[in-house]
Design a protein around this ligand. Structure first.
Ligand code: HCA
Ligand code: CU
Length: 477
């Protein structure tokens, strides 16, 4: 199928992931993450930075004690004293010191011969860690912005000192696949030339949206260990999503990872990190397998793969069909089926009516129509006589109104007149800090139709630019 070397996935949610603004995991949460990654078949797990503080060291110690099939890695600076903080149970130590002049300038102001420091300290720290029995990674932080000749010089020193792997990270996230091909290609040749068994690790930041593509490109140019985090956590824009990486490896290249478990872990990490999974996140996002446009729905209803790269069940999910302003009658059918309604009892014209009414609801109410979809379905189905779906007896809503100029006399006169004439309209207030200018409260409308009429009234007033309707849920008392 391909002649690429088998990749190994390293997850660093517990190290890089903790470098996400406002994210923190307790020991218990970290234990769950570690164990779930292990059960999903992830090969390497970075369990933390033990040198960072005494508190972190204790937590890393707690994690290191747990038995896993995955290799446990601790992340350190290239300092012997950092290596001394690594607890028992850790097999692999990563030591970072940037060979990039920009980093050296910013970090070692007082030292004259900065490159000399790197050439001396990297091998020294590696030899020390090796003497303590660890497998060792040297991380050439910001490798892509280092002078390529100096990078090679440092990598050679690291290998001679016994490094088992070198990581060539795009720390600042500006590399393109072409840059990756060049640097990874050159370092691969260097390692071959030296005749070493040292492997290359790929760690790409997503500042310019290329992290996953760059990681695959690195693999195709000799990298063996590929880094990711659950939900793409990490400094700034993060690094590749481990789930996406594992999905590529399973779906496209046949390597075995438990993707279902990783999807569940993504939900767990989303909860404990306080970082919601964006709906359009590949694979784990709410919308990742949802078909929306009528033409898509029609085809995907018969064969989801018409519009998907792989079957959703591979990751333990299902294909979905959204209602909404683009819905087709096939989408309506699928949505009814999902709601447990027997679609065989229903004539084609019913699906079409539901479709048309949903589309007009969006035209009139904007996004707020999503809360009306079920009412529309119920109203149309009940009309057929075959169904008797319970519909709320009355509807309350808030209509947001955007006007050309707030305080406009004509608009306010219209409001006063409406308040006097229509008892469902109970309140109209100016609102600040939103893109809308007024909020109209509607209480106990007898049907969607009545609500439609009120909105239509507003839309006809001069100076009204747009409206959006929000259906009111239960009132907490
Ligand atoms: C950093 C370090 C690192 C290390 C990557 C690695 C990076 O936070 O600066 O050890 O492979 O992006 O360079 O995350
Ligand atoms: Cu990083």
């Amino acid at each position: 199928m391909h002649n690429l070397e088998e990749p190994l996935i390293l997850d660093t949610t517990l190290r890089e992931g903790l470098q996400t603004p406002k994210v923190y995991f307790t020991l218990d949460e970290r234990i769950t993450i570690l164990q779930e990654l292990d059960k999903a078949g992830i090969d390497f797990i970075e369990i933390g930075s033990p040198y960072a503080s005494e508190g972190e060291r204790k937590i890393v110690e707690g994690l290191a004690r747990l038995k896993t099939s995955a290799v446990k890695v601790a992340h350190c600076r290239a300092l012997e004293t950092d290596v001394d903080t690594v607890p028992d149970g850790v097999e692999w130590v990563a030591l970072y010191l940037s060979p990039a002049d920009r980093h050296l300038e910013a970090k070692f102001e007082k030292i004259e011969d900065k490159r000399g420091l790197v050439l001396k300290q990297v091998p020294k720290a590696i030899e020390y860690a090796k003497s303590k029995g660890y497998r060792v990674r040297y991380t050439a932080e910001d490798a892509f912005r280092a002078d390529p000749d100096f990078l090679k010089q440092v990598v050679r020193k690291a290998i001679e000192a016994g490094a088992d792997s070198v990581s060539l990270p795009d720390t600042s996230g500006g590399a393109s696949p072409l840059d990756v091909r060049k640097i990874y290609g050159e370092i691969s040749s260097l390692i071959r030339e030296i005749g070493s068994r040292c492997v290359i690790e790929a760690h790409f930041h997503n500042d310019m949206g290329m992290a996953l593509a760059n990681t695959l490109e690195a693999w195709m140019n000799g990298a063996k260990i590929l880094h990711g985090t659950i939900n793409a956590l990490g400094e700034r824009a993060g690094i590749p999503d481990t789930l996406a990486l594992a999905t590529w490896m399973k779906v496209k290249f046949g390597y075995d990872y438990n993707l279902e478990r990783l999807v569940k872990l993504a939900e767990y990490v989303s909860r404990v990190s306080g970082m919601e999974i964006p709906p359009n996140q590949p694979i784990s996002g709410r919308n990742a397998f949802t078909h929306t446009a009528g033409t898509h729905q029609k085809a995907a209803f018969r064969d989801p793969l018409t519009y998907q790269p792989f079957d959703a069940s591979i990751v333990g999910r299902e294909s979905n069909f959204a209602l909404g302003p683009m819905v087709g009658s096939e989408g309506v059918k699928a949505a009814l089926k999902k709601r447990g309604i027997e679609i065989d009892l229903i004539g084609e014209e019913v699906f079409e009516e539901i479709r048309d009414r949903i589309k007009s609801a969006y035209l009139l109410h904007g996004r707020g129509a999503s809360a009306m979809e079920d009412i529309i379905i119920a109203e149309v189905l009940n009309k057929t006589g075959t169904f008797k779906i319970i519909i709320p007896e009355s509807l309350s809503a808030q209509i947001l109104v955007d006007v050309e100029s707030m305080g406009d006399k004509d608009f306010e006169d219209f409001c006063k007149e409406l308040l006097a004439r229509n008892k469902r309209v109970t309140e109209i207030i100016e609102i600040w800090g939103s893109s809308f200018d007024y909020m109209v409260r509607v209480e106990n409308a007898a049907s969607l139709k009545e609500l439609d009429n009120i909105v239509n009234n507003f839309r006809r007033v001069k100076g009204v630019l747009r409206t959006e309707t929000l259906i009111t849920g239960k009132r907490i008392r």
